[in-house]
Ligand binder design. Structure first.
Ligand SMILES: [Zn+2]
Length: 283
């Protein structure tokens, strides 16, 4: 075990460095998300989708280039989707948070990998309303490895590991029931599969809060989008609201995976405990 404190660098500086690494990884994840399941290779140089020119190295500095060029192609001025910068900023933030909370170097590595897969899953689901199976399988392997590592290193019994596994199965069973009863209208089967590794990530003590928070975040975001689209209809006649490249209507399928991941990360990084939110009222 190599503790982060042993490295001898202040934790805040490590977090900033981790953020920089996260931005670079995020820009690679953008390429991965864009080219996944398209048959395009991962090692071709990036080029502008509008004018086709190859992007120079100074157009490819994560986050910085996007804002320096004000979101446009350096050659032809075509707009780039803000998704690229959003993915880089999100990955950078998650990488920094991992360093602030992980206990040793091995866990940092595992969590960076887990966060990277989560970013790809969320963005892919937002774009395509589907979660590729290989991403879920990768996530299951990584979260199982992390739970096993913890049990092996820090706990002298296998009970917590078993409790985590049971929590994972319970959460997945609950979502399976929702999926089955709604005939797949409330959430997709991909969300059922995803809930298992996410529960492994937050553990048995966080699984309940994760589920509740994912519904709260989902309800909040859905209400905001509904309000926005109603407002836009009032203001601009029938002009539809665009959200992440899709037109929103009352019946739009809203992907559930981003809410699940949001719930899991709120519990994981900020230890949000749904039951504790209410207990101060009762006492
Ligand atoms: Zn261009």
């Amino acid at each position: 075990m190599i503790s982060l404190a042993v490295v001898g660098v202040p934790l805040e500086l490590l977090a900033v460095l981790a953020g920089g690494l996260g931005a670079i990884i995020g820009s690679f994840l953008n390429v991965l998300i864009y080219r996944m399941h398209t048959g395009r290779s991962l090692n071709g140089r990036s080029h502008c989708l509008s004018c086709g020119r190859l992007l120079r190295w100074y157009h490819l500095v994560p986050v910085v280039s996007y804002f320096a060029l004000r979101g446009r192609c350096g050659c032809c001025g075509a707009w780039f989707t803000p998704r690229y910068a959003a993915v880089e900023i999100l990955t950078a933030t998650l990488f920094a948070l991992v360093v602030l909370m992980a206990v040793d170097v091995v866990e940092v590595m595992m969590l960076w990998a887990i966060m990277s897969v989560l970013v790809v899953i969320v963005v892919y689901d937002l774009r395509h309303l589907i979660i590729p199976d290989e991403l879920v399988v990768t996530l299951v392997l990584l979260t199982t490895a992390r739970a096993g590592y913890w049990a092996w290193l820090y706990l002298d019994s296998t009970l917590p590991f078993l409790a985590t596994a049971v929590a994972g199965l319970t959460v997945a069973g609950f979502f399976f029931l929702l999926w089955y009863l709604s005939g797949g209208r409330w959430l997709g089967f991909g969300d059922v599969k995803l809930s298992f590794p996410l529960a492994l990530l937050v553990g048995s003590s966080g699984a309940f809060s994760m589920v509740v928070l994912s519904f709260w975040v989902g309800a909040g975001v859905s209400l905001c989008l509904l309000g926005l689209s109603t407002l836009a209809r009032r203001l601009r006649g029938k002009t539809p609201v665009w959200f992440l490249g899709r037109t929103l209507t009352m019946k739009s399928a809203v992907p559930f995976a981003p809410f699940l991941v949001a719930g899991a990360l709120l519990v994981f990084f900020f230890h949000v405990d749904v039951l504790a939110l209410f207990s101060w009222n009762a006492t």
